[in-house]
Write a protein that binds this ligand. Structure first.
Ligand code: ATP
Ligand code: MG
Length: 141
């Protein structure tokens, strides 16, 4: 039996600035992800700090949250069998220098911080991140 799983992704400000939204969404659909919901918005530095709270205290925290609040982003709720792991694979390594050919970061990331896309890394983070950006009615099917 197929068990569908949900994950959360952000097309980051660098990728939006590069006009990569369409290409990245096409990659989602070509790779079997169903788009449940999506929206384009800007977040404040404070909201970026809340979203990335797990990284508070790291050397790159201030820079990362400044970057994430530097321009429009696109947030999406995706659904697929094994969605969380499959999206991480499609994204490629955090550092694009290590990203495999055919991944979104290989194609669009500039460096380890400006790396085009975010994807939830587990069940708990997917739940938190989906509920941070989407209301229950937006994800109701
Ligand atoms: P994401 O959480 O955005 O999906 P990830 O799980 O691959 O990416 P994390 O280790 O969770 O990577 O780091 C979160 C984000 O912080 C990275 O995507 C990147 O934008 C930034 N980042 C991570 N490591 C560094 C670093 N050494 N220097 C600058 N920025 C970094
Ligand atoms: Mg992460």
């Amino acid at each position: 039996m197929k068990t569908l799983q949900r994950t959360f992704t952000i097309i980051k400000p660098d990728a939006v600035r590069k006009n990569a939204i369409g290409d990245i969404i096409e990659q989602f659909e070509k790779n079997g992800f169903h788009i449940l919901c999506l929206k384009m918005l800007e977040i404040s530095k404070h909201q970026a700090e809340q979203f990335y709270a797990v990284h508070a205290g790291k050397s790159f925290f201030d820079s990362l949250t400044g970057f994430m609040s530097s321009g429009p982003i696109v947030v999406l709720a995706l659904e697929k069998e094994n969605a969380i792991a499959d999206l991480r694979k499609l994204m490629g390594a955090t550092n694009p220098a290590q990203a495999e050919e055919g991944t979104i970061r290989k194609k669009w990331a500039t460096n380890i911080e400006h790396n085009a896309i975010h994807g939830s890394d587990g069940d708990d983070t997917a739940r938190f991140e989906l509920s941070y950006f989407f209301a229950g009615y937006e994800l109701a099917q």
